[in-house]
Write a protein that binds this ligand. Structure first.
Ligand code: SF4
Ligand code: SF4
Length: 336
């Protein structure tokens, strides 16, 4: 793990991210739709940037779901539908979107917290995932029970392992058509002794060895994702007066080689109301994507324009340093 020089408060000024870039962050042709179906989740993890939980009720409407299905069916340039939440499986629209996207030949990703398999009414999910060949991206922030339970709640590690075993029994992690990736999130910093996210390949080896040896669990790839200072993470950092020092640490470790690969360049992130953002982080911070005329964009506007590529430039903010520090970070793991 790469350790940083400690930073003592008050932190240095943060350079605006857009000034750090050599050129404005241009949008490319859209290949990925990441759809956030809503805030409902059976867990309430300490690092959750969505601030999801069992008592949240915001979710996709029938109208927006229908518009999204039209989008999926109309644009062959969309290769991947990435379903997230909350627990996407618990929010309206999950199954209609899976089935429409599969019928249209898209790759479908479900970002699952795994423990949802044991909620009443959701027991058929593993078989459903396999039936539609969904690519499962499952959060498991550590391979040690104590750390997972501290971040996600008591008993979450054991439930996650049982869920992974169910998926393995169905062929996930073994059959090339049934891909199972795990996601590592570092713990939220509690002091100025910040660290960069560990090396993805090395950590993957440790995860694979431990999970295979102790639980017989196999998976394909480990994706390491940096904690961006937004949502609950920002709240925890601010509470300890670490928000600016953490941003300064991320800026110190800015790696221009990651910019080429940032996920926001070829994806649209869509909220449960049908509003469009350049990425899920901007969605959570309420920073909408804009047309060259400065207009916010919605799913309805894309359908009316009959075009997906309405955005020239990605909207950026200081937390973008989280995606560009060290090896970089995205919903698909490290970037370089
Ligand atoms: S499982 Fe995911 S969406 Fe649910 S509270 Fe935890 S981090 Fe948030
Ligand atoms: S937070 Fe990351 S993915 Fe989102 S706009 Fe910034 S750099 Fe791009």
């Amino acid at each position: 793990m790469v350790k940083a020089h400690s930073l003592s408060a008050p932190a240095a000024q943060i350079t605006p991210f857009c000034k750090k870039l050599e050129a404005p962050l241009s949008k490319r042709s859209i290949r990925v739709l990441q759809i956030n179906l809503g805030r409902r989740c059976n867990l309430s993890c300490s690092h959750c940037h969505v601030e999801a939980g069992p008592h949240r009720s915001e979710e996709l409407s029938v109208k927006v779901c229908d518009q999204l299905i039209q989008l999926i069916q109309r644009f062959p340039q969309i290769e991947t539908i990435d379903l997230t939440g909350g627990a996407p499986e618990m929010n309206y629209g999950f199954r209609p979107l899976v089935e429409a996207a599969s019928a249209a030949g898209k790759t479908v990703i479900v970002r699952s917290n795994l423990t949802v398999f044991f909620e009443p009414g959701y027991e058929d999910l593993p078989a459903y995932f396999a039936q539609y060949g969904l690519r499962v991206v499952a959060s498991l922030p550590c391979y040690l029970a104590e750390n997972v339970d501290k971040m996600r709640g008591q008993g979450v590690f054991d439930a996650s392992v049982r869920a992974l075993q169910q998926l393995n029994t169905l062929g996930y992690g073994r059959d090339p058509a049934l891909s199972l990736d795990l996601v590592y999130n570092p713990p939220v910093p509690t002091s100025t002794d910040f660290s960069l996210t560990p090396d993805q390949q090395q950590l993957q080896q440790s995860y694979k060895a431990f999970l295979q040896e102790h639980f017989g669990v196999v998976f394909n790839q480990l994706l390491t994702i940096t904690n961006l200072p937004i949502g609950r993470t920002k709240f925890h950092l601010q509470h300890r007066q670490l928000h600016r020092p953490y941003l300064a640490f991320l800026e110190q470790n800015y790696n221009p080689g990651t910019v080429e690969y940032l996920m926001c360049r070829d994806e649209l992130s869509i909220d449960y109301l049908g509003n469009i953002y350049d990425c899920d982080f901007n969605q959570m911070e309420g920073l909408p994507a804009r047309s060259p005329e400065g207009e916010p964009i919605t799913v309805a506007k894309l359908l009316a324009a009959n075009r997906l590529d309405l955005i020239d430039q990605v909207q950026t903010a200081a937390y973008c340093y989280g995606c560009t520090a060290g090896s970089g970070s995205s919903c698909g793991g490290s970037l370089t």
